[in-house]
Ligand binder design. Structure first.
Ligand code: ATP
Ligand code: MG
Length: 256
């Protein structure tokens, strides 16, 4: 049975996609079978995995509205060593179409059931919103990975996400929990970041992953080559950190 995780934070630009792509690659490099689901109309996770979002036969959109299945839609990321359920702008329209479909929050969960036995991990890259798309991700998942930058407003945004997760847990998905908060784009020289990191640890304790992802330009450069940073420059500090995060996740699921 695959363990399914959402990478979610309704704040934009906090490192969700970078985390989803590089954790996928880090897990694949550690012999895990991984499916990365791109649930964002921006299609950044698809592009960052080397999949051309402009020329898709089918995308996660067709899967959600019931016009295609996962097996026919997924593609191999050769650069990353994992499978991708790709997305592009077409997905933006699905919000409206899904509203009229039955089980509208559970469409992704139902679609993923078909390939459950084929993967160890399914990672879902969520869009920066608490929309019906994100809801589909949260309904399908066993847990949520929350990437965050250690900045002043980070904690404020967190309470909205925590409330949403609590509601989904209570009403739609009893399995769902926060697996952990991941400190990303971290720069230890910035005193404020160190302080916010300490606050996170005292508020959330072991819900904070021990791996810290540093700010590292190689991670930002990699997507333009259609490669995860982990494969683009394995020696870079950011790549090593995501490998370490992969190892931490492999340990975490042993006790889930
Ligand atoms: P969105 O909300 O738009 O989906 P996101 O949360 O998925 O954004 P990313 O796209 O992963 O965020 O990252 C935002 C920007 O920060 C990108 O340009 C990315 O390359 C850069 N970035 C992410 N993580 C790091 C890092 N550890 N070091 C340096 N740059 C990073
Ligand atoms: Mg993103």
């Amino acid at each position: 049975m695959a363990k399914i995780f959402c990478v979610a934070n309704q704040k934009g630009g906090v490192g969700k996609t970078t985390t989803a792509v590089n954790l996928s690659a880090g897990l694949a490099a550690q012999k895990q079978r991984v499916l990365l689901v791109d649930l964002d109309p921006q299609g950044n996770a698809s592009m960052g995995s080397g999949i051309d979002k402009q020329h898709l036969q089918a995308s996660v959109y067709q899967v959600l509205v019931g016009l295609a299945d996962v097996r026919a839609t997924r593609q191999r990321s050769d650069s990353g060593g994992y499978d991708v359920l790709p997305a592009n702008r077409e997905l933006a329209g699905s919000e409206v179409e899904l509203v009229d479909l039955e089980q509208r929050e559970r469409r992704l969960k139902q679609a993923l059931a078909e390939v459950d036995a084929e993967y160890d991990f399914v990672l879902i890259d969520c869009p920066p919103s608490l929309s019906l798309l994100t809801l589909n991700g949260l309904c399908a998942a066993h847990g949520v990975i929350v990437p965050m930058q250690c900045e002043y407003f980070a904690l404020e945004g967190l309470s909205d996400l925590v409330n949403t997760i609590k509601q989904v847990h209570a009403n739609l998905n009893l399995d769902l929990k926060i697996i952990g908060l991941l400190r990303v784009m971290f720069d230890p020289r910035v005193t404020l970041q160190q302080q916010v990191s300490d606050q996170l640890l005292s508020h959330f304790g072991d819900k904070v992953f021990s791996t810290i992802i540093p700010r590292n330009v190689r991670l930002a450069e990699a997507p333009s080559y259609g490669m995860p940073g982990v494969n683009f420059d394995p020696a870079a500090r950011g790549s090593k950190a995501y490998m370490e995060f992969g190892a931490e996740m492999i340990e975490r699921i042993k006790v889930m």
